[in-house]
Ligand binder design. Structure first.
Ligand SMILES: Cc1ncc(COP(=O)(O)O)c(C=O)c1O
Length: 407
């Protein structure tokens, strides 16, 4: 709580003014403890592994054996036998030569750009990429001399931009995209991108970087994600977090040896940051084994997704054409404005459902809404409850004040 006006410093008053403005715009954020009871439709634990007995046991065994913390950054004491084992397991699973472990997916994306930045890069960048990718390429501080953004998943637009690439031979083109888009739930058409790269890119030899945070574990053969079957020639580097399907935290990048070795030299979030614990690395090794053999869970997840999608369609929230391309656990339910998104989130909360509003700047205003995240361990009755709480689209729209109606 802010102190009384007279007792505030200048900086406190300025922050308060900014806070009031954000609140008025419906853009105020704050962390909330979710109620212990009720339904959760906002967790990224896609396969429901956070309480999986094998993972919990492996974590406990790791704690007993290696203790709580890693004691330092990876280049000092934070690279122990379980970290090495985890790196090798990941590299093997994803068909890459080497892996770098980082404290978060956010840091992993910085590790990627710390390497490309050695090569005078020009980033070709999907407009809907995750904020951590935007930050990693330096968008915020205006590095637009080396950034060309293409319309979301519009590969014809990407081709146009690549055609216009400056003819300086030492400038490295990098195509950067998510594998599954974190707010939209749609997928990068990778096969088309590889084809485009082979034809339009031949002259320039662009490197492809994919952040598959939401795809790994749930998509591809044995959950290896969108890049599982590709080579370093096709997709130079993959980044992904352990915060979603792996149900833990930390992250990695996977690429060829020269790429990872360069990250050892240049990735400041890696070099100057404490590594996650060996206990966690040990548990993550088990998580890989569980995920690789989790076809049944993946099928359950797909069934839940399909069931929810059909329900949403029948309630008028979505058009058939939009519904078809959205096959991931992330299911956006668009309310049409920041205020409408908040109203929808609150409507669900009153029915005991945690599913938070997603608003600008995370998504454009017209896309604001709630982001439903399905899991393999949701029951059909849970999904019914959610659909029931959403109710028909027209009823929701009529419940809004006129100024907040969906566009
Ligand atoms: C696509 C994408 N990349 C990176 C991140 C960041 O990962 P982390 O939470 O491990 O920092 C997220 C979300 O958290 C994400 O959705």
């Amino acid at each position: 709580m802010m102190p009384h006006d007279d007792l505030m410093n200048r900086w406190q008053k300025r922050l308060q003014q900014q806070a009031i403005q954000r609140q008025q715009q419906g853009l105020w954020r704050q962390p909330k403890v979710l109620p212990g009871t009720g339904l959760n439709f906002c967790s990224n634990d896609y396969l429901g592994l956070s309480h999986h007995s094998q993972l919990v046991e492996a974590y406990q065994a790791g704690l007993r054996e290696y203790g709580c913390g890693s004691g330092g950054s990876p280049l000092i004491s934070g690279y122990q036998a379980p970290h090495q084992q985890l790196s090798e397991k990941l590299a093997d699973w994803l068909g890459r030569e080497a892996v770098l472990l980082t404290g978060s997916g956010y840091a992993a994306n910085y590790a990627v750009t710390s390497v490309f930045n050695q090569l005078d890069p020009m980033y070709y960048f999907d407009k809907r990429n995750h904020a951590s990718m935007y930050d990693a390429v330096g968008y915020e501080w205006g590095a637009d001399q080396r950034l060309r953004r293409f319309r979301h998943n519009d590969l014809a637009h990407l081709a146009q931009l690549i055609e216009a690439h400056p003819h300086r031979s030492d400038r490295q083109p990098v195509i950067a995209s998510e594998g599954v888009f974190s707010m939209d739930g749609d997928e990068l058409p990778l096969a088309e991108l590889l084809q485009l790269n082979a034809s339009h890119g031949a002259r320039l030899d662009p490197a492809i970087w994919i952040d598959d945070a939401h795809g790994i574990g749930v998509n591809g053969e044995q959950g290896a994600g969108i890049c599982g079957q590709t080579t370093a020639q096709q997709v130079a580097v993959v980044s992904a977090t352990f915060g979603k399907t792996f149900a833990m935290g930390g992250a990695f990048i996977a690429g060829d040896r020269s790429f990872i070795e360069a990250a050892w030299q240049h990735a400041r979030h890696y070099i100057y940051s404490t590594a996650f614990s060996a206990a966690q690395a040990h548990a993550l090794c088990t998580a890989i084994d569980v995920i690789k053999s989790a076809d049944v869970l993946r099928q359950q997840l797909r069934t839940n997704i399909e069931y929810f999608k059909q329900g949403l369609l029948s309630l008028g929230w979505r058009h058939q054409a939009d519904n078809q391309g959205l096959n991931h656990a992330i299911q956006p339910v668009v309310a049409g404005s920041a205020h409408a998104a908040i109203a929808l989130g609150e409507q669900l909360a009153r029915r005991g459902i945690a599913c938070l509003a997603i608003r600008p700047p995370t998504v454009p205003s017209a896309q604001a809404g709630v982001r439903v995240t399905l899991r393999a361990n949701h029951q059909r009755s849970d999904i019914h409850q959610l659909l029931d709480a959403l109710g028909p689209y027209q009823t929701f729209i009529r419940s809004l004040p006129v100024s907040d109606g969906a566009s």
